[in-house]
Ligand binder design. Structure first.
Ligand code: CO
Length: 301
């Protein structure tokens, strides 16, 4: 990895980490999800970052992919378990990081948050070139199950590429038996999810998160104008709210619907646990080396 690429990863990771911790400080009983999301976005921009994906704030049984809707009225309440997932890029090089805020003193819910955090820490401790995906999955699984929870098996950590949020390899949250090894300078996000329920998520409905998966010629001028803006994301995910802000709800909804029907868009609906168990998550981005570089960890973490 050349120095410039390395520096981009370090900068992206640091901005993502600052935004994550800032977001954590804003998540309180009575605070609005939309308002917190917008403050995090402003912070990322102020720090010179670009969005690798929109800030995601997923509540309770939703593991991931909940993004504030244009007029989102969600307010955090006592008892909520909140996953905050942040993605920042610098010149396409991504920092991806997440944590869980528990708005409760309930012992079990706090243990749930500890489970994903300690699963992440246990994986970070063994990362080096040559470690197998099986070993990573096994240590994540062990930390979660020994606290009495289920790792989510159909969500996984992932490689990161330039403008690619989910690259190879897929880092499992259980032992898949894979003998595939991490290699020097690979950039990966480790993200264990722990659930009080099934440990399997499904795709629900009403996505607000999308990406352009394939370019196609578009006739309608309205849709063409929207698509032109979407191209600036370089295939990275964006959210309906951003498009509404620029084009208005009517035009944005029309264009996204048309693009979806044409097969241009990929949708990412919210992902709840199948048994509607409560879910926690923790995530860091790592550059694999003998002494791994955790780009999204701040000195004070
Ligand atoms: Co990730």
């Amino acid at each position: 990895m050349n120095q410039e690429t390395f520096n981009n990863y370090i900068k992206a990771g640091r901005i993502a980490a600052i935004a994550r911790d800032y977001g954590k400080s804003l998540i309180k009983v009575g605070a609005g999800l939309l308002e917190v999301t917008e403050k995090i976005e402003e912070k990322i921009i102020a720090l010179g970052g670009e969005f690798a994906f929109p800030p995601q704030i997923s509540l309770n049984d939703i593991a991931a992919h909940y993004c504030a809707a244009p007029n989102d009225k969600t307010v955090f309440k006592e008892g909520d378990v909140i996953k905050l997932d942040i993605g920042v890029h610098i010149n396409g090089f991504i920092g991806d990081t997440a944590l869980t805020v528990v708005l409760s003193t309930d012992e079990k819910l706090n243990l749930l948050a500890e489970a994903s955090k300690e699963a992440l820490n246990s994986a970070l401790r063994i990362i080096r070139p040559g470690v197998t995906l099986s070993e990573l999955g096994r240590t994540i699984h062990a930390e979660i199950t020994k606290r009495g929870f289920a790792p989510i098996r159909n969500l996984s950590g992932h490689g990161l590429g330039k403008f690619i949020i989910h690259d190879k390899p897929s880092i499992p949250n259980f032992d898949t038996g894979s003998k595939e090894e991490l290699v020097e300078d690979q950039v990966i996000a480790i993200e264990p999810f722990a659930s009080t329920g099934a440990g399997i998520i499904y795709e629900s409905s009403n996505p607000t998160l999308f990406s352009v998966k394939e370019r196609k010629p578009v006739r309608s001028p309205m849709t063409r104008a929207v698509l032109k803006d979407l191209e600036a994301y370089n295939g990275l995910p964006f959210t309906l709210r951003w498009i509404v802000k620029k084009h208005g709800l009517g035009k944005a909804s029309f264009a996204l619907r048309e693009l979806k029907n044409m097969g241009v868009l990929r949708e990412y609906p919210p992902l709840p646990d199948r048994a509607h168990g409560i879910v926690s998550q923790a995530e860091h981005t790592v550059i694999v080396k003998d002494k791994p570089v955790i780009t999204t960890m701040l000195e004070e973490d």
